[in-house]
Write a protein that binds this ligand. Sequence first.
Ligand SMILES: NC(=O)C1=CN([C@@H]2O[C@H](COP(=O)(O)OP(=O)(O)OC[C@H]3O[C@@H](n4cnc5c(N)ncnc54)[C@H](O)[C@@H]3O)[C@@H](O)[C@H]2O)[C@@H](O)CC1
Ligand SMILES: [K+]
Length: 487
Amino acid sequence: MHPLYDLAQLREIEQQHLAENLMEKAGLAAAGLASKLLQSHEYSVLVLAGPGNNGGDALVAARHLKAAWHPVTVVFTGQREALPPDAAAAYDAWLAAGGELCAEIPAHGHWQLVIDGLFGIGLSRPLGSRYRALIEQVNTLGLPVLALDIPSGLCMTTGRVLGAAIHASHTLSFIGLKPGLFTLDGPDHVGEVHLDALGLDIQHHDVAGVLIDQPPALPCPRRRNSHKGSHGSVGVIGGADYMVGAAILASRAALLLGAGRVYCGLLSPQPLALDTAQAELMLRDVASVPALSSVLVIGPGLGNSSAALAMLHEVLPQAKPMVLDADALNLLADHPELQTKLRQRAPGSTVLTPHPGEAATLLACSNAEVQADRIATALKLAHSYQAIIVLKGCGSIIALPDGRWFINQSGNPGMASAGMGDTLCGIIAALLAQAMPMEQAVLLGVYLHGAAADALLGRGIGPIGLTASEVAMSARALLNAWVYGRE
Ligand SMILES: NC(=O)C1=CN([C@@H]2O[C@H](COP(=O)(O)OP(=O)(O)OC[C@H]3O[C@@H](n4cnc5c(N)ncnc54)[C@H](O)[C@@H]3O)[C@@H](O)[C@H]2O)[C@@H](O)CC1
Ligand SMILES: [K+]
C-alpha cells in the first residue's frame, strides 16, 4: 500500500524543502535510472526539457548522462528568462558543461532512450498544437521513454490526457506517488512506475489517498472446528428474465470465495430449479432469500420491474451488510424514496459498485463528467449516499463517506467483459459473510478480483476472452494461497 498525494500536498512538501536542492537530487536519480536502462555508455539519449521545473530535472539528468559519456541531445521548449530559479540554474549548468540545446527534435538523430521532462505536476491546462505535435512525434519514435515525475500531458490528479500524453515505458515519480498515474488513462501511459522520495521523510505528512498494490488485510485461517454455519450465508437477489446469468455468476463467486451457504433468488417467472454446473447453489423463491441470508447482494440482472422495486424497498431497511449493483443502482437513481432508505442504513453496512455509466445515472450527470475526475465522483457518491463506493474501471476507486479514498492497482483489460461486476459482488459478499468488516472486505475484494485476473494473464489466459467465471476460480486459488501461504 502506497500513499498518494494531491497537488496541494506536493506543493506544500516542496515549499517545506525549498532549500534542499531537490532538483539536483531528482536529476541525479533520473540519470541513474536512465543509465541502468541504457546499459552501455555508447548509447545516446534524447532529452526533452520543458518550460518549468520538470524541464530543470531533465537538464540536470542530461548533465549527469553527458558526464558519464553518453551522447545527449537536449530539446528545450522554454525560455531561459521565464524559467523558475532552480531550473534556470540547471539550464546554465548544462551550457557550462558544454551541452547544446535544440528547438526541435533533429531529423536524423539516433537514440536508444528518450527522457521526458516537458511537464510534471505543473501542467495546468490542455496542451496546444505545438506540444501535441511534439508529443506525438516522440510517441512515434518507438523508443523506450523515461518520464520524469509523470508522463507529460497526463493530469496528475485525474489521469486524464490533456490533449496528448507521452507513452512512457518507465515513469520515475519524485517525492510521492500521484493518483493520476493509476486511474483512467494513467496506466496506459506510465509504463513501469518507480518512486524516488529524494531523501525526504514525509511519512508524517497528510496523505490524500492510498494505492492498493498488495493484498490488504486478509481473513484469518479457518478454525478446524468450523461448519457451514460458521462462514455465513450470502443471498443474491436478481436474475430477471434474460438476465439470470448475472445472479448465477454472483452466487457462484460467493460460493467459490468461501460463503458457508449461498441462496440465489431469481426474479424470472420461470426460475431455474438447479444450477447444474454448481449444484451447491440453493435456488430459492426470491421472497424467502433475505430471511435466510446474513449478507445480501441485490442487483445483478434485477431489471426494473415493480417486483424488483418492491424487493429493494423490502431489503434496504434490513440491518445486514449489503452489496448493491447494476439494476439496483438504476432503480435507486430513479426513486428518491429508496435513496432515503439507503441513507438511513447503519454506517458502514452498504457498498455500491457502479461502473461509470451507473455512477453517471446516480449523479444525474454524463459519463464524461464521471470520468473527468473519478476520485471526486466516487467521493461525491459516497457522501451523498452514505455508502462505500467502488467506482469500477481502469484503476477502480474505492471511496468512503468519511472522505478517505483508495485506488486499486490490480486488474487488466481482460476484465472488460460482461459478468465481471457480478463476480466482484459475489466475492465481496463472501468476504462479508465470513465476518470481514465492510471496509476490509471491499478493499480485499476489489484487489483480489483484479489480482485473480492478473494471475490468469500470467498463465496465458486472456486478456482476450477472459471470462468472469475463470476470474472467480482464480480468486479462490489466490485467496487460499494468501491466507494459507501456499505457492
Ligand atoms: N519545486 C520543487 O521543489 C521540485 C520540483 N520538481 C519537478 O518540478 C515539477 C513541477 O515543476 P513546475 O511547477 O515548474 O511545473 P512543470 O515543470 O510541470 O510545468 C510548469 C510550466 O509549464 C507551463 N504550462 C503548464 N501547462 C501548460 C500547457 N498546457 N501548455 C504550455 N505550457 C504549460 C507553465 O506555465 C510552467 O511554465 C515536478 O513535476 C518535478 O518534476 C522536482 O525537481 C522536485 C523538486
Ligand atoms: K514529464
